[in-house]
Write a protein that binds this ligand. Structure first.
Ligand code: ADP
Ligand code: MG
Length: 269
C-alpha cells in the first residue's frame, strides 16, 4: 500500500503532466472538505473539474484580451452617452451582446469629426465582445495596411489575410488616414472583400463615404468596398462637438461653454 504522502506526490505530478493546474492547486483543500462533510465521490470530481474549466475560460479571455490590443481604460462604463445624444445606449448594449450580428459577419461603422469618441467606443465594444468569448483585434488602419503591404511584397498576402480570420471582429481605426501610396496597393480592398459576409469589421472614420476616394486606387474600387461594408452594417453618426475640446473648454471656463462666454468678455465698454 502506498502512503497518502506518495499518493499526493504522484497525483501532483500527474496533474502537471495532464496540464490541470486548477485541480492541482485545489484538490487537497476540496478532498479535505469532502472527507469532513462526507461528499459523494462524484461531487468532489465534478467540483474539481468545474474549477478547471472556469480557470481555463478565464485564462483564454485573458489571452484574447492581450491579443486584442484595445485602448486601455476605454470602456462602456467610462463612455458618457449624454455627450452623444444621437447614440442610443440601448442599441450599443444590444450590439455588445454580439450574437445577432457577429456570427454573420455584419459590420459597424462609426462616423464623426475628431475627438467625439469613435476610437473610445470602438475599443469599448471590442472589450465587451472579448469578455463574451469573441476574438477581436484593434488596430490603426494604416498600421495594418502597412503589414499587409509587406505581406504582399513577400507574396504571402493571402495567408496574412486568412490569419486575420481568427478574429471575429477587426477594428480598423481611422480608415481615412490611409495614405495615397498605401491606397495604390489595394490590400485594404482585398481584406474587406475576403471578410465580406464572413467576418465582421468595425471601422471608424472622420470622413463620410464621399471622401473615401483617397483610400482605394480608383472610384470603382471605392464604390465596391463601400458597397460590401454597408450591405450588412450598423452605422452610427456621431456628429457632436469634440469631447476633448469640450472638456478642455470646461476646465478653462469652469463649466461655462466658451462660445457663450466669449462675447460677454470681449464686449468693448
Ligand atoms: P475620436 O476617435 O472620435 O477622435 P476618441 O475616442 O479618441 O475620439 O476620444 C477623444 C478623448 O475623449 C478620449 O480620451 C476619449 O476617451 C474621450 N471621449 C470622447 N468621447 C467621450 C464620451 N462620450 N465619454 C467619455 N469620454 C469620451
Ligand atoms: Mg480616433
Amino acid at each position: 500500500m502506498t502512503s497518502p504522502q506518495t499518493d499526493a506526490t504522484r497525483l501532483n505530478l500527474a496533474l502537471t503532466e495532464l496540464r490541470l493546474p486548477a485541480i492541482k492547486a485545489l484538490w487537497s483543500r476540496f478532498a479535505q472538505q469532502a472527507d469532513k462533510e462526507g461528499w459523494p465521490a462524484a461531487r468532489l470530481l465534478s467540483t474539481l473539474v468545474e474549477h478547471e474549466l472556469a480557470e481555463r475560460d478565464r485564462r483564454r479571455i485573458e489571452r484574447h484580451l492581450a491579443q486584442a490590443r484595445l485602448l486601455p481604460g476605454k470602456t462602456l462604463e467610462t463612455f458618457d452617452f449624454t455627450a452623444v445624444p444621437m447614440l442610443s445606449k440601448a442599441h450599443v448594449s444590444a450590439i455588445t451582446a454580439g450574437d445577432s450580428w457577429i456570427g454573420k459577419g455584419s459590420n459597424i461603422l462609426l462616423f464623426g469629426p475628431p475627438g467625439v469618441g469613435k476610437s473610445h467606443l470602438g475599443s469599448a465594444i471590442g472589450l465587451s465582445l472579448v469578455e463574451k468569448g469573441y476574438r477581436v483585434l484593434f488596430t490603426r488602419t494604416t498600421d495594418l495596411v502597412q503589414k499587409l503591404q509587406q505581406a504582399r511584397r513577400d507574396l504571402v498576402l493571402e495567408s496574412a489575410i486568412a490569419k486575420l480570420d481568427k478574429f471575429h471582429l477587426l477594428i480598423l481605426d481611422d480608415i481615412t488616414y490611409v495614405t495615397k501610396d498605401q491606397a495604390e496597393t489595394s490590400v485594404l480592398f482585398e481584406l474587406i472583400s475576403a471578410r465580406y459576409e464572413r467576418r465582421s469589421v468595425l471601422i471608424t472614420a472622420n470622413q463620410p463615404f464621399g471622401e473615401w476616394n483617397t483610400i482605394f486606387p480608383d472610384p470603382a474600387m471605392t464604390l465596391a468596398a463601400v458597397d460590401r461594408l454597408v450591405h450588412h452594417a450598423t452605422i452610427f453618426e456621431m456628429n457632436v462637438e469634440s469631447y476633448r475640446r469640450r472638456a478642455a473648454e470646461q476646465a478653462k471656463g469652469r463649466g461655462r461653454p466658451a462660445q457663450r462666454a466669449t462675447p460677454a468678455n470681449t464686449k468693448p465698454d
